[in-house]
Design a protein around this ligand. Structure first.
Ligand code: 1CP
Length: 351
């Protein structure tokens, strides 16, 4: 059997048409997701292997995506370390904020692996299902790659310190400047926990892992080095020491011209690009042959029709002859028409 298309691209091969999956492909835009959503709160859904497996597979069944991303959240890590977390309808995640050394000491990293155990069970189940013979339609006969993930330390720290979402994460960025020793401690704790958790995900069946650094673009260059590049490199090295073959995708969202430094210095195999990135231009700044993932605007997917066809074609043209994984520049939005996602998959797979 030839290797899965997504894994071939992550190994540096050019595959045409490119493999496709979408960030937040499991979500409220799917009627079958909304049906299961009513039954339990978000954390319970993440921690129930039956439910998390089903939610992960819904977009695979419907669209035959090349990647299946574990149904979970970047904030499950702080939750597993003992930080209080709730997902409130209409508000988003709410956490008990971490602001002092005592708050950090109160975290219980020792319990992390045990609290995370159901997630690993979900991954084992997913891998069995995706790779089972006769499961054409679910894993397209063993063609779908199972992707594990984590938030990168800076982005997770943003939510941990702020206590939830924010437009600019000003409290977190303020802490990084005014209390660097304290912020370093939090980042170091997250480096260790994230690397350990991603190794566990790989051991449970994840074939590639992705680090979401959604807020990396808020930092000035000096702090981008310290809180984005250095922690990512440390995590990549820790994973590589145990699982040298597993590809790692980095997603330094909104990093702009720092994409080249990030790609060259962190050791990742592939870089996810946000909607604002000019793919052709970024390509000239990356290590030779590095795989790129992205970057259709999620709003273009909502619009559909001619703009969707044009933008998709432009991305395909910019990435022709390069290792590329088709994706959005950020997650699928809840108001996205399901048919537009179907159209997109067909457009990308049309030779
Ligand atoms: O039922 C619901 O409404 C819960 C909504 C939801 C979902 C479906 C949340 C809350 N998280 C998720 C799943 C999720 N989150 C996945 C799973 C797989 C998939 O992509 O299909 C992944 C990879 C994430 C990652 C994630 N969570 C990120 C990084 C990517 C990004 O969007 O920038 C971030 C920043 C979060 C935090 C988070 N979780 C949920 C929300 C609403 C948010 C954003 C909060 C905010 O900043 O306002």
């Amino acid at each position: 059997m030839t290797a899965k298309p997504l894994l071939r691209v992550l190994a540096g091969e050019t595959v045409s048409p490119p493999p496709i999956w979408l960030m937040r492909q499991a979500g409220r835009y799917l009627p079958e997701f909304r049906a299961l959503r009513a039954q339990a709160d978000f954390i319970t859904r993440c921690m129930t292997p039956d439910t998390a497996t089903e939610l992960t597979l819904q977009p695979i069944r419907r669209f035959g995506m090349d990647g299946a991303i574990l149904f979970s959240d970047i904030l499950i890590l702080p939750w597993s370390m003992g930080q209080q977390l709730a997902f409130i309808e209409g508000t988003g995640p709410v956490l008990e904020p971490i602001r002092t050394a005592a708050d950090i000491v109160r975290l219980r990293s020792g319990e992390r692996a045990e609290r995370m155990a159901p997630v690993m069970q979900t991954l084992r189940r997913l891998r069995d299902t995706l790779d089972a013979p006769g499961e054409i339609g679910v894993g397209r006969g063993g063609q779908t790659t199972l992707i594990g993930f984590a938030g990168a330390p800076f982005t997770v720290a943003c939510y941990m310190v702020e206590g939830g979402g924010s437009r600019d994460f000003a409290i977190t960025r303020g802490m990084a400047f005014s209390e660097p020793a304290l912020f370093d401690r939090l980042i170091d704790l997250l480096i260790e926990a994230t690397a350990a958790m991603l190794c566990e995900q790989i051991e449970a069946g994840a074939e590639a892992v992705m680090l979401f650094d959604s807020w990396s673009g808020l930092l000035p260059p000096s702090q981008f080095e310290r809180y984005v590049i250095a922690p990512t490199r440390a995590i990549v090295q820790a994973i590589r020491a145990v699982h040298p073959q597993t590809p790692i995708i980095g997603f330094p969202r909104l990093c702009g011209v720092l994409a080249g430094r990030y790609a060259a210095l962190t050791g990742i195999q592939a870089i996810g690009l946000d909607t604002g990135a000019d793919l052709g231009l970024v390509a000239t700044q990356l290590p030779q042959g590095m795989a790129m993932q992205g970057n259709l605007d999620p709003l273009c997917l909502i619009a559909g029709g001619l703009p969707l066809a044009q933008e998709t074609r432009a991305i395909r043209a910019a990435m022709a002859g390069r290792p590329h994984i088709f994706n959005l520049g950020h997650g699928v939005l809840p108001q996205t028409p399901v048919e537009h996602v179907q159209n997109l998959v067909e457009l990308v797979r049309r030779a």
